[in-house]
Write a protein that binds this ligand. Structure first.
Ligand SMILES: Cc1ncc(COP(=O)(O)O)c(C=O)c1O
Length: 435
């Protein structure tokens, strides 16, 4: 330990079954050095009442922990690893890029190539600006929307998560939902006052807003798809009120279809926020949209936004290598995997007499401990989170690593096989029977 500071001895939770001595020792040390022992809250596994598992490495669709236990991984780094852990094409692209220099802070041809790929795929994208995280990208898209409209208010949906942007933390899903945090201390009243919260799948209110921002398939309260026609109604609302429509496709972009949810649903936003898959497991994100809007960004225009590592060569190489694998058959496979797993889980729950429901889209699914699939955040919060926690712990003990929260989606990848689905469903049958 470098600092020499004495920290009160942490109280560890039980590490049941999965994990082991090495994970426990790593966590004990981490608790002294990292708030909550982690660098992002949901990793701490608090919602499921156990200690986190420390990862040694990933292979395809599997994780190996520091104690040598192996798990089928349905988290896949929360979405970026659509091609699997340590996919050789990605590893060799990143290695080649690293050998040529890890960062220049000057333009490279690969960034332009990645932007061209984004423009080719995403219907709303005419120009692209890269950032290092989805948080930065959504924050910047909102700044641009405010500059372009001269308005302040942003309409957002309860249970949606757009990164930890101050003004967007109110009623955010994901880790905030997991910890039962309605917003966050440190967000000023002024920042919160400009955010108008609306229930998902309910009409937007009559306000003069700069933008309405949504996850087109809400996936941070568990996966809650839009009701038929809902996204189109948002497009019409934006057109009628002069607001911009922003789709946060950090999760859905390049995952649910080649051109994201906007292609699948045939609704074109003004701006799109991208992340996760675009960096192939390295830190990269972007926002993209209409040329007239994007040309407001500095230095083309007057809206300032910058980043030391934006368009980083390693992340760009990983993103390009990943996107190169995502063709028509890949999307069919992601669809088939998500549906097979969701159907298998639903059948296992029925057999066990456990009230549960599933939602699925290509490369995304959630098992909800509620008899009906939620339509909004209130429904999602009404799920039996204790049952989810017990389920998740039981699955870990049987070698299946799930999102340790009811309010997150599961992420199938191209590395998952039918055997991974079968192993997961048969473990689920056993665990559900014990619940
Ligand atoms: C829909 C959505 N938007 C934005 C973000 C924030 O991205 P990042 O974690 O890269 O800041 C996330 C992260 O999970 C997300 O799911």
């Amino acid at each position: 330990m470098g600092s020499g500071a004495r920290v009160a001895s942490p109280r560890l939770r039980r590490s049941r079954g999965a994990g082991g001595k090495q994970s426990a020792a790593a966590y004990e040390r981490a608790l002294e050095l990292l708030p909550g022992g982690v660098n992002s809250p949901v990793r701490a596994m608090r919602q499921i009442g156990r200690d986190p598992i420390f990862v040694a490495r990933g292979e395809g669709a599997e994780l190996i922990d520091v104690d040598g236990n192996r798990y089928v991984d349905w988290v896949m780094s929360w979405g970026p690893l659509i091609a699997g852990h340590a996919r050789p094409e990605v590893v060799s692209a990143v290695s080649a890029a690293a050998a040529a220099g890890t960062s220049f802070g000057a333009p490279t041809e690969a960034e332009v190539e990645l932007a061209a790929e984004v423009v080719d795929r995403i219907p709303s994208a005419e120009m692209v600006r890269m950032t290092s995280s989805g948080t930065e990208a959504s924050m910047s898209a909102i700044r641009l929307a405010r500059a372009a409209t001269g308005r302040a208010k942003i309409v957002k949906f309860a249970g949606a998560y757009h990164g930890h942007v101050d003004g967007l933390l109110a009623d955010a899903g994901s880790g905030l939902a997991t910890q039962g945090i309605p917003a966050s201390p440190g967000v000023t009243e002024a920042q919160a006052a400009d955010t108008v919260i609306v229930p998902w799948n309910s009409p937007a209110p009559d306000v003069e807003a700069a933008a309405v921002i949504c996850e087109p398939y809400a996936a941070n309260m568990g996966l809650v798809p839009p009701a038929p026609g809902f996204l189109r109604s948002l497009r019409e609302y934006a057109d009628a009120t002069g607001a911009l429509l922003i789709f946060d496709e950090v999760i859905t972009g390049f995952r649910v279809a080649r051109g994201g949810a906007q292609e699948r649903e045939q609704v074109t936003p003004d701006l799109t926020v991208l992340g996760k898959v675009i960096g192939g497991g390295l830190p990269a994100a972007a926002y993209a949209g209409r040329r007239d809007l994007m040309e407001r960004i500095a230095p083309a225009g007057d809206v300032y936004q910058a980043g030391t590592l934006s368009g980083n060569p390693l992340a760009t190489a990983a993103g390009l290598a990943t996107l190169n694998m995502l063709d028509g058959p890949a999307y069919e496979r992601l669809d088939q995997l998500a549906r097979a797993l969701a159907d298998g889980l639903a059948a296992a729950a029925r057999e066990a007499g456990v009230p549960a429901s599933t939602t699925a889209q290509p490369g995304l699914l959630t098992l909800f401990f509620a008899p009906e699939a939620p339509r909004n955040y209130d429904d999602a919060k009404a799920c039996d989170t204790d049952a989810y926690a017990a389920f998740c712990r039981g699955m870990l003990d049987r070698g299946v690593y799930l999102p340790p929260s009811q309010f997150e989606a599961w992420f199938p990848s191209l590395a998952h096989t039918d055997a991974h689905v079968e192993r997961t469903v048969s473990a689920a049958r056993a665990v559900l029977a014990e619940l």
